[in-house]
Design a binder for this molecule. Sequence first.
Ligand code: HEM
Length: 492
Amino acid sequence: MVVNIWEIVGFSAILGAVFVLGRAFYNVFFHPLSKIPGPKLCAATDFIVAYHFLSGRYPFYIKSLHDKYGTVVRIGPNQLSFSSASSWQDIYGHSYRRKQFLKSNFYAYHPRHLGNERDPQKHSEMKRKLSHGFSVKALSEQEDIVQNYLDRFIRQINVYAAGPKGDEMVKWYNFFTFDLIGDLAFGESFGSLNDAKPHFWVSLLLGNIKALAWRSVSRWFPVFDKLGVWTAPKRVMKMRTEHMEYSRKKIVQRMNMKTTRRDLLSGQFGPNGPGMAIPELSGQASLFITAGSETTATFLSGTTYHLLKNPRIYNLLVEEIRSAYNTYEEITGTKASQLKYLSAVMDEGFRLYPPFAVGLYRESPGETVDGIFIPKGVELSTSPWSACRSPENFHNPDEFKPERWLDPDCTDKKHASQPFSLGSRVCIGRNLALKEIRLVLSKMLWVYDMELVNKDLDLDRDSTTYFLWIKPEIWVRFTRRQGVQVPILDSE
Ligand code: HEM
């Protein structure tokens, strides 16, 4: 009997189809997660969740599933999403009586750094080496650097955004956070505030985020994973390579710098340093640049939008800030941390527009979450967006209402909002970020009155997110208060 090539192809295709359908059938009806609610298509294949991940509207999709199916949803054959407040502690918290949920292979990309190291021992060793750059003492020593960039930012607003058109603020927040973290991580600013234009690394950075999204999603499909970079657009992969090369170049420059000042990497160099090699150090610095700039800029953008859309809250905050200080120079990190309404505005800003809205994936060790046993190897997360916007956790969840954080009788489940995560993988830059934010809001509202220009903007509608948000333009017009001067810079 002669078998032609088309018969072989046809037979293979039928076998392939039977396998895929058989597997989907097993996933839906016989898989250990088959009793967990969720769309049947999601239970059958990872394609649905991958599609939504790459669409940039993933958190919105996951929330729509929680609205329909409840606090636990099966979003993929082997993936679960939670929206309850208690799931944060169960998944990310630390308890000697429970097995630990480690970062899933979602984080298995290179180069290795503090953020993606999955081995708990290696992670804590890395953290130990890096932690003194983030200590309370280091943070207070870094305040001068923060204030210096902030003063430059406040001054540039007067030049660029105080006219009738105003200016686009997402861009300016990025200039500030990026210049600052560049200085703290590499000992050198990127010069964006001075030049009033983005350093080429800002666009590399956003390209890099998309590349990570493509690579991470491809891991749900072992066949595609073997194809590696081919699953991501070439342009995006090129940006990623450039991003890594640039980090390396900058780290070498920083190593050769003769300086005694305290920044995030001081203590790493010289004979007494912990001995991290250049590739590891550039991986860490590249993480600091990404994690430490976009996140803070996102928070500032989101909170600016919500403040300017809510004049009552804006006015209360302005009143608190302007009565707390006598002069611009009095605005320090310590004083700003004592402002109660400002803290409530920040908590609410983090809740309504969490810089990390996508679930932080972990792998079950064979442990319970919300009392449900999750078999070993299942990938799961608390969806920050869903938890923060759930009516089960917050009353009027879509409303910007800082008072909920001040009212002792409010029964909202506040621990459903965990913008910095918790447990052993809590954000190492949390205190730095909070200090930056308090100072920016205090100084900006001390000097200027602010008004939203593009009033038809809808932040939720117009935002997309991969790991970090890609935000719409937020145009703001600034008016300098009578009698209040903008700061004079050292260089002037
Ligand atoms: C508003 C600002 C910020 C937010 C909301 C934020 C949020 C987070 C979150 C949720 C994580 C956990 C990620 C995960 O589990 O995969 C994280 C980790 C991390 N963040 Fe931040 N972050 C902010 C600012 C910063 C800053 C200023 C730095 C400074 C360099 C920083 C450095 C890091 C690092 C190195 C990690 C990894 C920590 C580890 O795994 O041990 N972050 N951040």
